[in-house]
Design a protein around this ligand. Structure first.
Ligand code: ZN
Length: 354
């Protein structure tokens, strides 16, 4: 976050002392010197005396802990920003209260734009069920509304949003009276995010990065992909992050790679890896994580998206292209598939390269 300090202070030399300075350079450091916005030295109190007279300012940390900036390795920047600026249902204690919040938000935002909410979990509500689409249609006043469950792997939506996705009722994961999962969920999520204007999106991305900076996060790994966001969102974020002060953004694009051409295309987007939310399966809360044994509370083993052969092909193509490979795997059978796929790739390219 040093880049965000005022230009005037960039030329100042500052000694911070009397703290607990956490760094690999000196495990017992209590002091540090910052020169032109960069850490120039860390060390002990005794050694700090030598600097005290030569600096522009001395700050007493009064025992505070100083750490390097954090890296958040799994971020959906736009969604996070929309969550910060959108409809938050995480505090709703009942289904009725959640619907009341939808109603209030819809009447506050009179522009008619799609409403993006988040944070509901029916397991925490006395009603023990998610809102029906009829209830949501009424509360949202006929507007398009997308409400992912707290784990963001399933969602309830309004009829107006479904209308934006032709053929959605024929997709897997479509349930007329329950949250959408799988393909149907990804399709409505894409439609909801597609309805967000570029200006709304830039505002959301700035809000998310500013929030990260306020928490001491200096680097975020954006986990984007064709199912979870889109190319325009991804490249706009990388552009915005490179132009303004704030956290560094490394982009991961979640699309299976089969060959050098596929890897090149992903690199051209600005991604450092074909990884992140590259779904081998779904999530436990939505019963879509892929398990070896059936769920205790559902008569199936979840949904597999990539098998060991596809995983092996992806890891091989990415490694040959110098692109980081990675996966989303939650269930034990999904993790087994990743292990088998990576092992097969190592047999092709050699363990050291993998
Ligand atoms: Zn994710």
């Amino acid at each position: 976050m040093t880049e965000s300090t005022a230009p005037q202070s960039e030329h100042r030399t500052v000694l911070l002392r009397g703290g607990d300075v956490h760094s690999p350079a000196d495990p017992f450091a209590t002091a540090m010197v910052v020169e032109r916005g960069h850490v120039a030295w860390v060390g002990s109190e005794g050694a700090a005396d030598a600097f005290a007279s030569g600096v522009d300012e001395v700050i007493d940390l009064e025992g505070a802990l100083v750490t390097p900036a954090f890296t958040d390795s799994h971020v959906h920047t736009t969604s996070t920003g929309l969550a910060l600026t959108g409809l938050d249902l995480s505090g709703a204690r009942t289904l009725a209260e959640a619907l009341e919040r939808v109603r209030a938000f819809a009447s506050d935002q009179a522009d008619g734009a799609v409403i993006l909410g988040h944070g509901w979990d029916a397991a925490r509500w006395p009603e023990q069920r998610p809102p029906s689409s009829r209830e949501l249609d009424e509360a949202a006043g006929g507007r398009a509304l997308y409400l992912p469950r707290v784990d963001v792997h399933s969602a309830v939506v309004t009829t107006a949003l479904l209308d934006l996705v032709p053929g959605v009722t024929g997709r897997t994961g479509y349930h007329p009276d329950g949250p959408l999962t799988g393909d149907a969920h990804h399709a409505v999520r894409a439609a909801a995010h597609g309805a967000v204007t570029p200006a709304q999106r830039a505002r959301a991305q700035r809000a998310a990065l500013a929030h990260a900076a306020s928490l001491g996060i200096g680097t975020v790994h954006e986990c984007a992909g064709p199912e979870i966001s889109d190319e325009e969102d991804f490249t706009a974020l990388l552009g915005l992050a490179s132009e303004q002060p704030g956290p560094r953004v490394f982009g991961y694009w979640a699309e299976p790679v089969e060959d050098a051409k596929g890897a090149r295309r992903i690199r051209e987007l600005g991604a450092v890896g074909a990884a992140g939310d590259l779904f081998v399966d779904g999530s436990l809360g939505s019963h879509t994580a892929l398990l070896h044994e059936p769920y205790a509370d559902a008569p199936h083993t979840g949904e597999g998206r990539l098998d060991a052969a596809a995983i092996a092909a992806h890891v091989t193509a990415c490694t040959e292209a110098g692109l980081q490979a990675g996966f989303h795997a939650i269930g034990d059978a999904a993790v087994s598939a990743v292990v088998a796929g990576v092992r097969a790739a190592a047999e092709t390219l050699g363990l050291a390269r993998i």
